[in-house]
Design a protein around this ligand. Sequence first.
Ligand SMILES: NC(=O)c1ccc[n+]([C@@H]2O[C@H](COP(=O)([O-])OP(=O)(O)OC[C@H]3O[C@@H](n4cnc5c(N)ncnc54)[C@H](OP(=O)(O)O)[C@@H]3O)[C@@H](O)[C@H]2O)c1
Length: 243
Amino acid sequence: MSRVILISGGSKGLGLAMVNGFLQQGDMVATFSRSLTEEIKSLNKNPTYLDSFFYQNCDICDAVALQDFVKTVHNRFGKIDVLINNAGAATTQVSTLIALDQIDQILAINLSAAIKLTQMCTRVMLTQQHGIVINISSIIAARGYAGLSTYSASKAGLEAMTRSLARELGSKGIRVNAIAPGYVDTDMSADLSKKQLQQIIRRTPLAALATAEDVFLTADFLASNRSQSITGQIITIDGGLTC
Ligand SMILES: NC(=O)c1ccc[n+]([C@@H]2O[C@H](COP(=O)([O-])OP(=O)(O)OC[C@H]3O[C@@H](n4cnc5c(N)ncnc54)[C@H](OP(=O)(O)O)[C@@H]3O)[C@@H](O)[C@H]2O)c1
């Protein structure tokens, strides 16, 4: 039986790679974002995914709209097997200059809304007696990066939530893990200059950046029974940069 996978922020970047990866395997996938991309438009039109793909416009910070999305997904597919907290935002700015509303916004998107979405989905998972939560963190949570203190705080919070929830929900058949990618070529990392990227690659043991496909393959592993004894863990995908 196909899994039902709910992915926040699946319109581009890592989220879109996971949407495509799971759909191509025959899973049912539901996702949302604030703006519609060409990729989502073409998935919406693809007859192969008529019954297995669902997209809704939604701002993760709007708790009412978020609850409506989760209810619609549950009604449409009848269950939620996997939640992937992927939606995220970053602003590179030194801590003395970052605008106060930007601090609130990054924490709201990356942390508070992810906690709320997890509550909404795990309530469904508790009734099913099974479920899997995967939080997309970042190597910056553990290592830090100048100019990303708010972002790193939000991701460290997500990792702390991962461990506590794994303890809380393990006995109910729900596993909770996180993936911490290094630098992946998406809109979010587009601010890095060619020079900065080359420096990162030089310092990376495997001499290459991780790809969105690498993140999907790990999410697929964590979303399957092959990882049935793994919970409360943070899995780093960075070519060895932080080893
Ligand atoms: N790229 C990297 O190097 C890297 C490294 C480590 C971790 N990560 C993490 O991986 C995740 C995905 O990042 P990415 O690189 O794929 O970024 P991206 O290309 O910028 O995509 C972010 C996704 O999140 C959605 N999103 C952002 N704010 C939202 C909101 N308020 N409501 C609903 N959806 C929202 C975006 O859609 P809209 O903007 O249209 O809403 C988009 O679909 C993030 O959690 C990020 O922190 C990325």
